[in-house]
Design a protein around this ligand. Structure first.
Ligand SMILES: [Zn+2]
Length: 396
């Protein structure tokens, strides 16, 4: 099958070097995400990205030269945008952002296009690399975010648990769960509470006041890559929304770092949702995570209501901490995590626990946890499982 591929290499280079408008004679133009007026000359990477994506996917886009890379490294200078994803990224003060899946320098990448920005997130063995471009600016932002416990070169790694989160059984609705002693009514009980088609998956990340409010940074490091997997492989038929909020008095200034922090977060979210008319307590598809600088509980980088709607995570945790905690709220479990061999190294999936730092992170959900998440979002939480667990709090 012939797929039109947009190759902007020489043309973009000329535009960059000579600062001249570059004529593109490819394919039909579709007005795609906002930002740049159609008659604007292609003057930088973001503009070239919009033009290429509008001309049709997949698209190859030449990346402006990098002095740190050898010239022969051609693959490193290419962004291939493969698919548009059914994800909307919502950051206050910016038009709705879109996400794409692609290859950056030959490696799998999650691409976020929002406002004046293109951010490219590439998960690696021990962290995430983010490359950011701004419309109208020649500057390139490069961030190599590594898990805090990754060993420094030449140093012995210090073992630290992969997951130090607390999990508590949770129920996403305002009313009590159906009694587990009535097995016949279990499935119907949840469906009676919510029409599975009434809501779409919506994740809220509320950024605590003790962090710099850089929602796109948090998105690109902690969320973009697992959202890509969610949209591509786990929930291809759903429209997924990711919202970031910050500096909300009474919400993002909440004290934390004590055993009841998650319960208080639940009450805080409830009040916030009432104030803004959000569907909290009416659906299992809306999840609320507080992202803070320090640990939400004294001994945990993350905490979540298993199958519930609220979670908390610290930016001091691993870069998969948000995937892990949202995973708990979607019914994923530690016990269903996998160890995989990824070409050159072993890695473990997002819900894994353990202390072996010589094993990398796969930045994927295991097959079984993907299935759990899909089932949760189609049918709701399993009251039987939650009732069983409510007898004992699960640690880690
Ligand atoms: Zn956990």
């Amino acid at each position: 099958m012939f797929l039109p591929v947009f190759r902007s290499g020489p043309c973009l280079l000329a535009a960059l070097l000579l600062a001249t408008p570059c004529a593109f004679a490819h394919g039909p133009e579709h007005p795609l995400p906002p930002a740049v007026p159609a008659d604007d000359p292609v003057s930088g990477f973001v503009e070239a990205f919009d033009k290429a994506v509008a001309a049709g996917l997949p698209a190859d886009i030449a990346v402006p030269g990098d002095v740190h890379r050898p010239r022969r490294d051609v693959a490193a200078a290419q962004l291939v945008v493969q698919d548009a994803l059914n994800i909307e990224v919502d950051i206050p003060g910016m038009p709705a952002g879109r996400m794409y899946r692609g290859l950056f320098g030959g490696r799998e990448a999650a691409i976020t296009r929002i406002g004046t920005q293109v951010d490219i997130s590439v998960p690696v063995r021990d962290g995430v690399d983010v490359t950011g471009y701004t419309a109208g600016s020649p500057d390139v932002l490069r961030e190599r975010v590594r898990n805090p416990d990754a060993p420094a070169a030449g140093r012995r790694p210090v073992p630290r648990p992969r997951d130090e989160s607390h999990v508590m059984p949770g129920w996403p609705f305002d009313m009590d769960p159906p009694l587990s002693s009535e097995p016949a009514s279990l499935g119907r009980g949840v469906r009676a509470i919510e029409d599975p088609l009434a809501y779409s998956p919506h994740f809220f990340v509320l950024i605590h006041d003790d962090l710099d409010a850089r929602p796109l940074h948090i998105h690109s490091v902690f969320a973009a890559w697992w959202l890509t997997e969610l949209a591509r492989k786990i929930l291809p038929a759903e429209n997924i929304r990711m919202s970031y909020r910050y500096r909300i008095p009474g919400v993002t200034d909440m004290p934390y770092g004590y055993p009841e922090a998650l319960d208080n977060w639940h009450e805080t979210v409830k009040a916030y949702a009432e104030l803004y008319g959000l569907a909290h307590g009416k659906t299992y598809k809306h999840k609320y995570l507080l992202m803070s600088r320090d640990r939400p509980m004294t001994d945990a980088f993350g905490v979540a209501f298993e199958g519930g709607n609220e979670a908390m995570a610290s930016t001091e945790g691993r870069v998969n901490i948000v995937a892990h905690e949202f995973g708990h709220t979607l019914g994923a479990e530690h016990g269903l995590a996998e160890r995989r061999y990824e070409g050159w190294w072993w890695c473990v999936t997002n819900m894994a626990t353990g202390t072996d730092d010589l094993i990398g992170d796969c930045h994927r959900f295991s097959y079984d946890n993907a299935r759990r998440i899909r089932s949760y979002l189609r049918h709701g939480p399993d009251p039987e499982v939650l009732a069983e667990r409510s007898f004992s709090m699960i640690l880690n």
